[in-house]
Design a protein around this ligand. Structure first.
Ligand code: ZN
Length: 135
């Protein structure tokens, strides 16, 4: 299998966001290396993210919100609603899938779901098209 960023487990944030399809990750300038990296190129929104900085996440084994006794908490539900409304994507759906089917199965599904059929790159969830070939 071809090596690609979407199949990198570290590109999945605690909230279930796949960073590999994020504008910050796909853009050329000030490229973010994803939620779980210590990259300084993260958008302020991500640096100050309440979920990423949540104390329960630091103590969890999986590193994902589904493990938490408060799952899905108010913060996660707000984020999930925003993404379902604006980007046709659900963090909670992602997390439930990872919880029941495992991270590998999720990564495989994601690489198919967001793959650009023209160039094989990734569809940006925020823009709704492939940033590589603009289709
Ligand atoms: Zn493309």
């Amino acid at each position: 299998m071809e090596k690609n960023s979407a199949l990198n487990p570290t590109s999945i944030a605690p909230c279930g966001m796949n960073c590999a399809i994020c504008l910050g990750f796909l853009r050329e300038k000030n490229k973010c290396e994803g939620c779980t990296s210590n990259s300084d190129n993260k958008p302020t929104y991500c640096k100050t993210c309440i979920i990423k900085n949540c104390e329960f996440i630091k103590e969890s084994n999986s590193g994902f919100c589904y493990e938490c006794s408060k799952y899905p908490c108010k913060r996660l539900k707000q984020l999930d609603k925003r993404y379902r409304t604006n980007y046709a994507m659900s963090m909670i759906e992602n997390l439930n899938f990872i919880k029941t089917s495992g991270l590998n199965a999720f990564l495989v599904n994601e690489s198919v779901r967001w793959k650009c059929t023209t160039c094989g790159g990734y569809i940006c969830v925020h823009r709704g098209y492939c940033l590589t070939c603009k289709s």
